[in-house]
Design a protein around this ligand. Sequence first.
Ligand code: HEC
Ligand code: HEC
Length: 461
Amino acid sequence: MALYLAGIRRFPRLLWLTGAAVLQFALIGCESTPPQLTPEQELIVEGREIFFNETFDGNGRTCGTCHRAENNFTIDAAFIATLPDDDALFVAEFQPDLGANFENPRLMRQFGLILENLDGFSDLENVFTQRGVPHTLGLRASVDSPAGPRTGWSGDGAPLDGSLRAFSVGAVIQHFTLTLNRVPGVDFRLPTEEELDALEAFQFALGRQQDLNLPLELKGSVPRRGQEIFLDDSLGKCNICHRNAGANATLGGQDGGNANFNTGVEDLVDQPIDQIGELVPPDDGFGVPGDGTFNTPPLVEAADTGPFFHNNSIETIEGSVAFYNGDAFNNSPSGQFLASIDPNGVGIHLEATQVVAVAAFLRVINALENIRASVQLIEGGIGKRFALFGDLDEQIRIAAFEIEDAVMVLQGAGLHPEAVAHLEHAGRLADKARRSIFRKKRLAKQALRALANAEEQLTNS
Ligand code: HEC
Ligand code: HEC
């Protein structure tokens, strides 16, 4: 070091100054690597901070308590089991004021269910529902209907104008309160107008920004057949309500937007929750009093975000496709309607092989979405596009969860082993990139190549 400094001291003064200037320039260059954010991107970043960190002076929960970035912006029993007992999700277990009529800890831990007072707070003991946590991905393509915005499982989750922006107000009152009095300014503070704008911008930025354009050129024969059945309006009939495997319906040839239907999920017999003797009133769906309808969720994101339906009543994606075969659906208003326009009077009937094929299709489009999302995340990390989650490490951390999910949904049905091998390789590279100091970007780029190889196994498009 001394020698080195001595060497520098012997540099002619001019050269030394030039060197320092170059060094300084280089450092400034490094510091300014993150590109200038647009005002919209700044709002999204602000929304991200609020979503994950803001407790609104309430019981300690944030939006991220239930909508976890590590878990596709939702939670389920398996994920809940990994949380420490003092996690704010469990406030009902350690905060005496919230001990009764706020959550049912048993149902939360066993089935991932959350208590919601969608029909008002006037009779907390008797008027409530227990619902799964929907992911908040792809909202850009799944909120609009001709009758106005539709959020939450029954489409009426938001107060005021029903918009995604207003949803946060209802979520704070429902989930963030310190006591069951729910007095704004005492039990929590309401979000400001600017916070609502920011939260909305962040949520709209999550996941897919548009619907797929089916059919895709899929490589596997079973998922390809599943796609045909899904799209066949006289066989699977799925595309009528879940157009392009999204959340929008086509009704009488018209775009029905993100529509509501009564598909009979409430009438399923032998639901897991029925077996443990907890009192849960029937969920009456949209409106007060409810009309029994629920809002159509998108399916591209479904396979890795089970359990399924508003009450988490079905654990597997195969089971949720098979639901459409059963009496609960076929006797429901929607099943009866489909039967009334079917030449043979059938609602939906699929053989077991067809159920598995449709589920395989849903698994493959989910894996493709995982790949799309992880590529975007990694590209954001290496400065090729806006980084939704901030720095490279965080972008890669979230990407790694997406890659893991792709492996899980394919492996879960023995689909595309070669793609799985590429995905596992991509996952290892992403982990290495996070741990590496000097080769971060290079490893991240290698992960991108492995992801491209995986995608090539799944589709020609
Ligand atoms: C205690 C868990 C919990 C917390 C905390 C929570 N949510 Fe939710 N979230 C849910 C549940 C349960 C639903 C389903 C509600 C319904 O069906 O109306 C939901 C639904 C949603 C939806 C509707 C998604 C869709 O597909 O229509 C959005 C958007 C949302 N939450 C955003 C938020 C925001 C923003 C916050 C923070 C202000 C938040 N949530 C806090 C549990 C939670
Ligand atoms: C009449 C409209 C309609 C038809 C036809 C329809 N669905 Fe649905 N789907 C819905 C609605 C509404 C829900 C939400 C129901 C609830 O939670 O109570 C839903 C939920 C689902 C879910 C659960 C998603 C989640 O995230 O929990 C899956 C999976 C699904 N549908 C797949 C299919 C498949 C596969 C077909 C074709 C065999 C199909 N649907 C046909 C309206 C429909």
